[in-house]
Structure formats: C-alpha cells, structure tokens
Ligand binder design. Structure first.
Ligand code: ACO
Length: 326
C-alpha cells in the first residue's frame, strides 16, 4: 500500500512581533509572570489587512516550492483552522482560489489546536486508498482577532501564523505510518468561542458580553491536555510496535512550556527529543505543529528514516497523534 509522504514543508509568520513587555502596557501583567507560567516571550500578530487565508497561502507556496510541485498538481486541500476568513465559505476554498489549485477539492477541519493532526490524518487516508495523489495540508490561524485583549488570562498565550505540508502518495518505507484521533465533546465549555453561531446569533448585547472571543478554563485544560497528549503518543507508538526510544523528535502542539514539559517528563523523553518553539511563537493553535515541522526541516534536523511523532490537543476536546517515518 502506498504511504502519504511529506515532500515539502512551509510556514509563515506575520512580521509584527508582540513581546511580553508590550503586553505589560496593555493588561495587568508582567513579563516575569508570563515567561515563568507559560515559557512564552513573544508571539507574531497579523497586520490589519492580513487574513487567515493570506497566511495559509504564504505557507502553502513555500511548501509547494520545496516539493517542486505546482498548485494544479494538487488534488486535495485540507485546512485546519478555527479562525477562518469567514464562518463560511471554507478557508480551504479561498486558498484553493488564491494559489490556483484548480484540480483540488478543498475543505476545512474544525478541531482547534488538533486541527493539523486531524487534517493530515484525513489526507493520508485519501492518498493511501488512491482517492488523491497529492494533498496540501495547512494549519493556519489569526487568533489575535478572537482574543479578548482585556483578558490577561488568555490574551498572553496566543499568536498568529501558518504552516503547510505537501503530501504525495509514494511506495516505500517513508510516510505517515498511522494516525490516532480522539474527541470528547462533553468538555466543549472549557475552551470555546461562544459567539456568533446558531446558539448565540450576532447581537450588540453579545458583543458587550464578550461572546465573540475565546473563553478558557485554563487549569482544567492544563490537566486534561497533559494526560491526553501523553496517552495518545503512547497509543500511536505502541500501534507501530515502537517505544519512545525510537523517536527522533516529538512535535507537540505548542500550548505552553509547562504543558510541554509535563508531557515530556511523563513520556520520559530527553529534552533533545522534543521540538519546542513556543517561546517565540506563542500558541498558534492548529498552525503550531506544521510551523514547528517546517522550522525543524529547514534547520536540517530531519534525516531520512527518522521517526517523528505529531502530538496535539485542543478545544472540543479533540486530541490525536501521528507517527511518521521521514
Ligand atoms: N498576568 C498576571 N497574573 C495573571 C495572569 C497574567 N497574564 N493571568 C492570570 N493571572 C493571575 C490569576 O488572575 C490568578 O490570580 P488570583 O490568584 O489572584 O486569582 C493567578 O494569576 C493564578 O492564576 P491561575 O490561572 O491559577 O494560573 P496558573 O498558574 O494555573 O497558569 C495558565 C494559568 C498559564 C493559563 C495555566 O492554567 C495553563 O497553562 N493552562 C493551559 C491552558 C492553555 O495553554 N491553553 C491553551 C489552549 S489549549 C491548548 O492549546 C492545549
């Protein structure tokens, strides 16, 4: 059976950088509090005229260039995002049009911070069963537009950005070995954006109640995220008859440093087995794993045959892990 192999990666971060010191001037917080509690020092923020699809297009073009593939050779686009340009149509359709992927079907996945792992796992199924030859999988977010910039509990955590991979169906040992996805919708209220959908349609009072912004019960998210990211990474490795000793690099969703360290310690991974960039990127939700993957790839950290694990957790709750041989 053919495997879905990553033949190109790309990422894009908006130019503007917001530091913890900038945040000190915006809400009642300090650089010291943010860096010790979260490990985040700065994050990128999209400019007023940059949309989620623009970030995605920049990342996608870089991935296509590395792959040596033109947009018309792509037959599937899946975008993981919770901050699309519009509630609908999908951001994937906007990307399809902007890059000229005239032969591709296109759809979004809404799985919050697990969006990319959900998307790449889905795309791999198409490639493995012959329904598509080449797929473009993107994680892209402009979270700054759904941040309550008066809420110090949340606005310090998140950043904007996009990452993309080009997948091709290939014979051989390299590619996605397996994907493991989970959800538990009973936790929806711990991390969500209340407005504006069918439950709370658009209204002036809704804006006054801060409904169009991200709401989060941070402490509860923390505990379940650590447990779930650990469990699904082990599930994915065991499914491939592997242990943590086989892993060259684990790419966790870059939520915050304390979550990442807790997952690393539970998994008994060495520090150099986990890729971390949350200090400079913040939490970019569905974009965090493909940005990290591209940064590691372009830094020359990945060699053919390496075993990599993508490990995500996010709103829904959703979580999942993929094992791949580079
Ligand atoms: N600056 C200063 N003080 C703050 C800030 C801030 N930015 N934010 C909160 N505080 C205060 C609180 O008001 C509270 O004050 P109080 O004791 O007077 O009430 C105090 O700091 C402690 O608040 P806690 O919420 O208990 O702080 P905690 O140490 O738990 O850290 C954090 C909060 C970082 C959000 C933590 O719960 C966490 O990491 N949660 C995970 C959430 C997360 O990363 N979500 C991302 C989305 S989900 C995902 O990506 C997996």
């Amino acid at each position: 059976m053919k495997k879905a192999r990553i033949i190109g990666t790309g990422s894009y971060l908006p130019e503007k950088v917001l530091t913890n010191f900038d945040l000190e001037k915006m809400v009642d917080t300090t650089n010291e509090w943010i860096s010790t509690r979260t490990g985040i020092n700065e994050r990128h923020i999209a400019s007023e005229n940059e949309m989620t699809s623009d970030l995605a297009v920049n990342a996608a073009n870089r991935a296509l260039e590395m792959a040596g593939v033109t947009a018309d050779q792509i037959d599937l686009i899946i975008v993981g995002t919770i901050t699309g340009d519009f509630p609908w149509p999908s951001t994937a359709c906007l990307v399809q049009n902007k890059i000229g992927a005239v032969n591709a079907s296109a759809w979004d996945v809404s799985a919050a911070c697990s969006g990319f792992v959900y998307a790449i796992t889905s795309a791999a199924q198409y490639l493995e069963n012959g329904a598509a030859k080449r797929a473009l999988v993107i994680g892209t977010e402009v979270l700054s537009r759904i941040m309550d910039w008066e809420d110090r509990n949340t606005c310090i955590l998140f950043g904007d950005g996009a990452g993309a991979v080009v997948l091709e169906a290939q014979e051989g040992e390299s590619g996605l070995l397996s994907g493991h996805l989970h959800a538990d919708g009973s936790y929806w209220e711990l991390l969500y954006q209340p407005g504006f959908g069918s439950r709370y349609p658009a209204s002036v009072s809704g804006i006054e109640q801060r409904l169009p912004y991200l709401h989060m019960a941070g402490n509860e998210v923390f505990k379940i995220a650590v447990r779930s990211m650990h469990d699904v990474a082990i599930e994915a490795l065991e499914n491939n008859n592997m242990t943590v000793a086989d892993v060259k690099l684990l790419f966790p969703h870059q939520a915050n440093m304390r979550i990442l360290e807790a997952v690393r310690k539970r998994l008994k991974l060495r520090k150099n087995q986990m890729f971390v960039n949350v200090d400079k990127r913040g939490n970019t939700s569905g974009a965090s794993i493909p940005i990290a993957l591209d940064e590691a790839n372009r830094a020359g950290l990945l060699e053919e045959g390496d075993i990599l694990v993508l490990d995500a957790f996010g709103g829904g709750f959703t979580w999942g892990a993929s094992v791949l041989r580079w």
